[in-house]
Design a binder for this molecule. Structure first.
Ligand code: ZN
Ligand code: ZN
Length: 341
């Protein structure tokens, strides 16, 4: 099969012939239709964050069609349209049993991150990690479910526990942030977005927040204060994860508030323990999402609550150009790779 293979840090991916994945008893082979590109892919390629064994096939946001099933699989048939939950977990440990699968203590790896992923004609996954993609959802929008929508469901519902009338500040209105805004609005919250550029702010506004603050021209803390009569945000969901974004979040959250971090970088938290204690702040990390989050993500897209925004489509052969466009900040929604039929 054809795949875009990572051979080294900071080297372009090489599109080449590789062997098809071999199926185990409980696994399913999926013919990739579309695979989204995420900031995490760029981090892996740049040698920051996750470090897969090389050579490696990236791509953790695929959708596709079942091509073959392992001997022990009865739930799926050839031709089924599917989307994966990318966390290949044991399903049995404390965290798996309590819907905190991304904390699995016997973790086997995430599709496209530690395990070969979707920038290929085929990828394989355990049957328990695959879910039917309803006919109503196209493969492009469906691919975004696997990472951007699932991550947003987990952050908004499990970690931030957004409820009606909460004031929620969403920092970063790209792929994940757009889903976060839509799910938080659906929960009945008042939602403010933060974007660093006017063009991004304009795109972010399409996803239904009450206001998008342009952080290049406005002070985020002051803007939130004036929007809330001096009170501040109940919840901050930070999709960026830098010292700068967390400083913005801390300036906007009111005492007793909650900050949920989705963006992952090496930056540390710019906060004194004094401020943390006297303000009784909750600062929570959020990592991707488990299988129940995937089920809910599919429902949210099917029912139209979340509309994934696929802004740019590249064939597999142009994957390095796609990465470059993301790096340059030219992509306003999700960029995806499509596989030839
Ligand atoms: Zn991702
Ligand atoms: Zn487990």
């Amino acid at each position: 099969m054809k795949a875009a293979v990572m051979h080294g840090v900071n080297q372009p991916l090489v599109v080449e012939e590789v062997p098809e994945p071999k199926l185990e008893y409980d696994e399913v082979l999926v013919a990739t239709k579309v695979c989204g590109i995420c900031g995490t892919d760029l981090h892996i390629l740049e040698g920051t964050g996750y470090k897969p064994k090389l050579p490696h096939i990236l791509g953790h946001e695929p959708s596709g069609v079942v091509a073959r099933v392992g001997e022990g699989v009865s739930k799926f048939a050839v031709g089924d349209r599917v989307v994966p939950n990318i966390f290949f977990t044991c399903g049995e440990c404390f965290f798996c049993r309590t819907n905190r699968e991304t904390m699995c203590t016997n973790f086997k790896g995430a599709l496209g991150v530690g395990i070969n992923g979707g920038y290929a004609d085929y990828f394989k996954a355990p049957a328990k990690n695959l879910f039917i993609l309803p006919d109503k959802i196209g493969f492009k929008e469906g691919s975004v479910i696997a990472d951007a929508v699932v991550t947003a469901v987990h952050a908004v519902r499990r970690r931030a526990m957004v409820k009606a009338d909460d004031v929620v500040l969403v920092i970063g209105v790209g792929g994940v942030g757009q889903s976060v805004i839509q799910i938080a609005k659906h929960a009945g919250a008042k939602v403010f977005g933060v974007a660093r550029r006017a063009q991004r702010a304009a795109v972010g506004e399409k996803f239904g927040p009450d206001v998008v603050i342009n952080s290049s021209t406005q002070d985020v803390g002051q803007a939130v204060s004036s929007l809330t009569n001096g009170k501040g945000a109940d919840i901050v969901i930070d999709n960026v994860g830098t010292n700068q974004s967390l400083t913005q979040g801390l300036s906007a959250v009111h005492r007793g508030g909650r900050i949920v971090m989705i963006g992952e970088t090496d930056d540390t938290i710019p906060l004194s323990t004094f401020k943390l204690c006297v303000n009784e702040l909750d600062i929570l990390g959020s990592r991707s999402g488990g299988r129940q989050d995937t089920v809910e993500a599919i429902q949210l897209v099917e029912s139209g609550v979340v509309t994934p925004f696929v802004s740019d489509v590249f064939p597999l052969g142009k994957i390095n150009e796609a990465f470059e466009s993301i790096r340059e900040g030219n992509i306003m929604g999700r960029a995806v790779i499509t596989m030839a039929d």
